[in-house]
Structure formats: structure tokens, C-alpha cells
Design a protein around this ligand. Sequence first.
Ligand SMILES: Cc1cc2nc3c(=O)[nH]c(=O)nc-3n(C[C@H](O)[C@H](O)[C@H](O)COP(=O)(O)OP(=O)(O)OC[C@H]3O[C@@H](n4cnc5c(N)ncnc54)[C@H](O)[C@@H]3O)c2cc1C
Length: 400
Amino acid sequence: MSGIVIIGAGQAAASLAEKLRALKYEGAVTIIGEEPVPPYERPPLSKAYLLGEMEKERLFLRPEAIYADRNIALRLGAPVTSIDTAAKTVTVEGEVMPYDQLALTTGSTPITLPAGIGGDLDGVHTVRSLSDIDAIQSRFQPGARVLVVGGGYIGLEAAAVAAKLGLKVTLVEMAERILGRVAAPETADVIRHEHQDHGVDLLEGVGLEKLTGDGSVTGAVLTDGQEIEIDFVIVGIGIRPNTKLAESANIQCDNGIAVDDMGRTSAPDVWAAGDCASFPYRGGRLRLESVQNAIDQAEAVAANMLGADEPYVPYPWFWSDQYDLKLQIAGLKTGYDRIVTRGAAPSVSHWYFKDNRFVAVDAINAARDYMVGKRLLEAGKTVDPAVIADPATNLKELLR
Ligand SMILES: Cc1cc2nc3c(=O)[nH]c(=O)nc-3n(C[C@H](O)[C@H](O)[C@H](O)COP(=O)(O)OP(=O)(O)OC[C@H]3O[C@@H](n4cnc5c(N)ncnc54)[C@H](O)[C@@H]3O)c2cc1C
């Protein structure tokens, strides 16, 4: 039995397998994942699930029985250790399995702190998998002192949960401001204020010098010289695409497993999608770390495996929940030269333009602005910045 083998049992794998069945592919489909659980959603791991407001069962993308109903074999708790692209086989738990076509949806791994600065002490955690959360949840007790390293989405969401649960939270961001890589200063300002209102000690332009403790972490020295006492640490300093398996099979990688616009890698009949894959975009390469990209790219790969021959076109969108703020982002703001604001916090949207062309929107508690911006981008339409800036503009009219 060969058929289609998918490595990595995450968001992209589940979408890819289901799309194959939706497109009436009748051959064997096998998903192999190293985690011991069926594919699940990661976003709630730093939001409702961490807060204790979501049952574990609700994280799973589908009940396990659905995979069997759709004749999708799930092999879990089983890391794939090598790929032989000439023989068209993968090795899993010592067993060699053949494939006709192979998809790599291996996701990414959080960057950790080096042992030299205390990254190996007990009580230093990352937030990526269900087992990571199950290991830290009991530490989220009122009064506990947590240091969050990194002011990106993961760090900020974890800080929000901790503050809501009554922990004493210090967050350090080495760059001059939080969300430097992903949001405009105006959006970061709203989020910073919300954290400060909830008592988070949010330090920007301050890094971690080292963690201290004898076996378990008990303190931290910051780059501004402050020494603080802490009970545990959450590290949110970014992720790296999981490319090792591909690299050792001599599959080309470039900030992720390099695919063409169909999702094909450099090896015959091997495809990739999701966090692990970088694809051609506007003359360069882009790798996105979001649920929507994992789903859309995986579905495009499924169709192309069956001969659709349709390039993948990303319509990036992302969301983040912190306290009562719902941030929704559509588009890519790289290289923007102008921002136009509508409304005022706590319900505000920032519209990004490049050469007068609308490229992205950040909406905070402004679902309608987000929806209109997203639909304009999907339709390839632009809009005059002055029209957006005019409070009298009825946004929905722009969609006609
Ligand atoms: C805490 C958190 C919050 C997030 N919040 C948001 C959000 O609000 N909005 C948003 O859009 N995105 C969010 N994301 C990002 C989003 O979850 C990811 O972009 C998405 O899960 C990527 O899907 P994927 O299938 O590419 O990778 P994953 O879901 O990571 O799945 C990859 C799987 O492959 C497995 N694997 C790797 N190597 C092997 C191997 N050799 N053999 C077998 N299995 C292997 C991994 O163990 C993993 O289970 C969040 C992520 C995290 C961690």
C-alpha cells in the first residue's frame, strides 16, 4: 500500500488529508505524527485553553473516528526519521514505508534560551504543544511570579492569561517595542496600555541577561541591571521551521522547506505546506506562521497532487486575543509607507498603504473594518487613503 503519506499530524496535515478525500482521491492516505494525539488547534494553547476555559477535547480538529470514517490512517506518537527520495520511502519507528506522493507538514519548533544563560533550568517553558501547556498550567496560580521573555503574540497572550489569573507578570522585550516584527506602533500602543492597565510590568528595550537558580529557576538578571525573583519563565522568542528531515534528504531549504508556487519541493513527488514551507512571493520567498496559511496552502497542495496545477495565492490573516481585545489582521504590511487610523481605542483600525495602495489592516475590536479590509484585499481592490480616513465613509459601501 503506497498512496499519499503526510508527515506531521498538525493543522496542515489534517486539511490536506481531508481535501484529498473531498476531491475524491481514493488511494491510501496516511498521516504520521510524532505527537501522541490527533491533529489539534494551537491558537487556544496561549488563550482559552491556557486560561482553563476550554476542554481538551475541543482542541482536536476532528473526533478521531472521523479519520477512520474517511479512510485516513493516523499513525501517532511516531517520528519519521528519514526520507529516501530515490526509493520513495520514509522510515518510521524502524519500518520502511513506501509512498507515491509525500507531503511534509512538519511545522516549527520554538527557539529556546541557551543553557549558558540558564535556559536549561527547571521552570523554563515554551508554548508550542499541548504537552507544553499541560506542563505549565499548574504553575498559573494567583500570586506566582512569571517572567515572560519576548513581546510577540505568544508572549503577550501568555502574559494576558497570567495577569487575568492573578499572577505577578514581568515581560521583557529586547527590541525597542513589543510586536516590532508584526504590527505598527499604533497597534502596539493599544496593546501595551491594556497590559499595563492589568498590572503587567512591561519592559521594552530590555532583554534577559541570565536566569539564576540551583536546578530550578528562582531569579533573573535583566540587561538594565535589574534583578528580579521569579517562580517560572515563559519563553516566546520565535520559532524555527522544522527542516532537518528535509535537509537530510537533500531537499532544498531556504527559510523553510523551499517549494514552488504549486507547493512542490526540489524532490520528485514531495510537497510541503504550512509553517515549515517557504514559497515564492513577489520576487522573494515568504513563510507564514498562521492557521489560515496552513489550511489554504495544504488544500492547494492536495489539489495540485491530484493534477490541478493551480498556484497557491496567500491571503494572510491572523488574530490574537488579549484581555477583552480582539486583534484581527489581514494582509501583509511589509514595506508600508503610510498608516491611516479609523476610530479610537478600544475600537480602532489601522490601514496600511504602500505607494498609495492598500496592503493590510489591523483591527482591534473592529470586526467590520477587518472584514471590509480583508474582502478588499481578496478582491485585489485598493482604496483611497483619504476615503478611509474620512469618518463619514460607510466602509461596506466600498465593497460594492
Ligand atoms: C500557542 C500558539 C498560538 C497560536 N495562535 C495563533 C493565532 O491566534 N492565529 C493563527 O493564525 N495562528 C496561530 N498560531 C500558529 C498556528 O498554530 C500554526 O501556524 C499552525 O499550527 C501551523 O500548522 P502546521 O500544520 O504547519 O504545523 P503544526 O500544527 O505545528 O504541526 C506540525 C506537526 O508535525 C510534527 N512533526 C514534526 N516533525 C515530524 C517528524 N519528523 N515526524 C512526525 N511528525 C513530525 C510536529 O510534532 C507537529 O505536531 C499559534 C501557534 C501557537 C503555538
